[in-house]
Design a protein around this ligand. Structure first.
Ligand SMILES: [Zn+2]
Length: 286
């Protein structure tokens, strides 16, 4: 049905010329990856111009401070089956926002009136934030498991690549969505009443985060290594949010393995202990 809308034209958004729709859709999907900032900038740009992807460039901001990765198979299946069930039920797809609302079990008017609260995928992704799902779905678009149909209000569609993943024949590793740390300037602007607020998923102590970054820089400089080799920003953010006090707790932070624990654990725990007194509240679990 969606295909016939594009090929027949007249669905809006320049839907008259199928080749034009194909090119525009391709460009849109490629830029989704660039905007998300989790994959090599150069790869994303070349993809935009329709050139084949070479290896990651090794020089852009993303390559130099690579995001942590995780086994996203289960979560990707949740998102893909949610897109599938919505399409199966209504005969057409929905945009990212609505798919996330269904995944997270939001009982808004649109979901209730369309009966989407009765879907088997309703609420299966409630454990993760809206930001988390946004990042995950954008990565699925960028990797070609989903595409956005510009002839139909950017509705999500499964691609052929999604099938083996849904059937359990493939696994998928994705970048851990970056947790945003509210910056000093943003907070200052907010205080002046501009209404701009920080959007941290967890509350992170900025001073502690900066102290952890200074330690990381010192350790990296001593060994003549780039800072991200010691720990990534995502790892430091999680440390600042969860405030581990023991080696065991430190090991639970993403990006901390036994080797790094042995090498850097004591130094980071010392900085964490120094800041233990000025916590504004108990550390929140993820
Ligand atoms: Zn790169």
């Amino acid at each position: 049905m969606v295909r016939s809308l594009i090929e027949g034209g007249g669905a809006g958004d320049g839907g008259r010329d199928p080749e034009r729709v194909r090119v525009e859709t391709h460009k849109l999907n490629a830029m989704v990856g660039y905007a998300d900032g989790l994959s090599c900038r150069r790869e994303a740009l070349l993809g935009y111009f329709g050139e084949p992807y070479p290896a990651p460039c090794g020089n852009c901001d993303i390559c130099l401070d690579a995001p942590q990765t995780f086994d996203a198979t289960e979560q990707a299946r949740m998102a893909l089956s949610c897109v599938y069930r919505l399409h199966e039920r209504d005969g057409f797809g929905y945009g990212i926002g609505h798919v996330i609302d269904v995944l997270r079990g939001v009982e808004n008017e649109k979901i209730l009136s369309r009966g989407h609260a009765t879907l088997t995928t309703f609420g299966i992704g409630a454990a993760h934030s809206r930001e988390h799902w946004q990042s995950l779905i954008r990565q699925l678009i960028h990797r070609g498991y989903l595409s956005q149909d510009i002839a139909r209000y950017s509705a999500l569609r499964l691609t052929a690549a999604a099938r083996p993943l849904l059937r359990g024949e493939e696994t998928l590793v994705l970048a851990v969505p970056r947790t945003r740390v509210p910056t000093r300037s943003r907070r200052a602007r907010g205080a002046r009443g501009s209404g701009v607020a920080g959007t941290a998923e967890r509350s992170v102590d900025e001073e502690l985060f900066e102290a952890l970054r200074r330690l990381r820089k010192r350790l990296a400089d001593e060994q003549n290594l780039p800072a991200y080799v010691v720990f990534s920003d995502a790892t430091l953010t999680e440390m600042a949010a969860r405030r581990p006090r023991t080696h065991e707790e430190l090991l639970e932070i993403g990006g901390v393995g036994t080797t790094k624990l042995e090498r850097y654990g004591a130094a980071f725990l010392a900085v964490l202990a120094e800041h233990a007194g000025d916590a504004s509240g108990p550390a929140t679990p993820p």
